[in-house]
Design a binder for this molecule. Structure first.
Ligand code: SF4
Ligand code: SF4
Length: 166
């Protein structure tokens, strides 16, 4: 049975007060392409309901519905009659999942790539040489050390290392 955690709910509302305007009409779920493709298994209304009720374990531990399935297309935000900022709220929930090391393996691999290369998907030598042959401009990324400093100061690096140790 899920436990109501008022502190958690208040944290979400403090981050984004629009959560409290939701009256559970389901317009968001009705227009969501991921809900359509998953036959309703993914359901943005339900994530918002769990946030309103402060069901931290459902949102962070069990992840039912899985917030990582959201494609951030913003259709639900455009459709919501109450102007609930769903994707902003989902970002907070995903950040909390990340802090607990509960995020998809593919994102972990991307996080490692950012730490090592400064970008999530490094260019292959073949792509770089083809670009050169085509006369395309040389690609430059931001200095890796600066990126690493930012990632350390936002706890990104520590969270990646923590997950690897688990
Ligand atoms: S459309 Fe807006 S008000 Fe309706 S359930 Fe979704 S978030 Fe709540
Ligand atoms: S932003 Fe996410 S929840 Fe909203 S409609 Fe798009 S996929 Fe669905």
């Amino acid at each position: 049975m899920s436990v109501i955690n008022f502190d958690f709910r208040n944290q979400v509302i403090k981050h984004n007060a629009s959560l409290s305007y939701c009256y559970q009409c389901s317009t968001c779920s009705g227009g969501c392409p991921v809900a359509l493709l998953t036959n309703g298994e993914y359901n943005p209304r339900k994530i918002i309901e769990e946030a309103i009720l402060g069901l931290q374990d459902k949102l962070i531990e069990v992840q039912d519905p899985n917030p990582w399935l959201c494609s951030t297309c913003q259709k639900c935000v455009e459709l919501c009659p109450q102007k609930v900022e769903l994707t902003e709220i989902f970002t907070l929930i995903k950040n909390k999942c990340f802090e607990e090391g509960k995020y998809p393996e593919a994102f972990h691999a991307q996080g490692q790539a950012v730490l090592e290369n400064g970008i999530a998907i490094p260019y292959s030598k073949a792509v770089l040489s083809r670009r050169e042959k085509l006369g395309l401009p040389i690609i430059t990324t931001a200095p890796i050390e600066e990126i690493k400093t930012l990632l350390r100061q936002t706890n990104f690096e520590q969270n990646i290392i923590k997950r690897e140790a688990e």
